[in-house]
Design a protein around this ligand. Sequence first.
Ligand code: DQA
Length: 145
Amino acid sequence: KVVYILNGPNLNLLGKREPEIYGHQTLDDVHQMCVAQAENDGLDIVFRQSNAEHDLIDWVQEAREAAHAIIINPAAYSHTSIAILDALSACTCPVIEVHVSNIHRREAFRHHSYVSQKADAVIAGCGVEGYLLALQRAATLLKES
Ligand code: DQA
């Protein structure tokens, strides 16, 4: 089964930007960790990042056909993008939202995520381990289905 792991704007700088908030591991590290865990669970992953909202929308639409589950860290678009919410709402597979930081302990404008309206689960504040927790949850949901 295929799990799409989609990453929004500025996550290409993971490990380099604001390490006190986002930690020291890079998005490449996260990719490698996810590949290793997915292999254990017999899942195939498609791992992508873009700074452009339209790429994320196109990839969610692609995942609508190709994925059995979607893990998405929409980054700042979480707080602004009805378009990404709408794209996810067109999907029938499980959606798991990940935030590296605990958005609820940060500025008020980060407390609301449009994507959470559609997400089956939300993981925030677990650092990059949140991606592995999301994959674990996806594996459980896909075994059940
Ligand atoms: C983030 C939290 C967002 O508020 C922020 O805009 C990001 C990353 C996180 O992973 O903690 O870019 O989604």
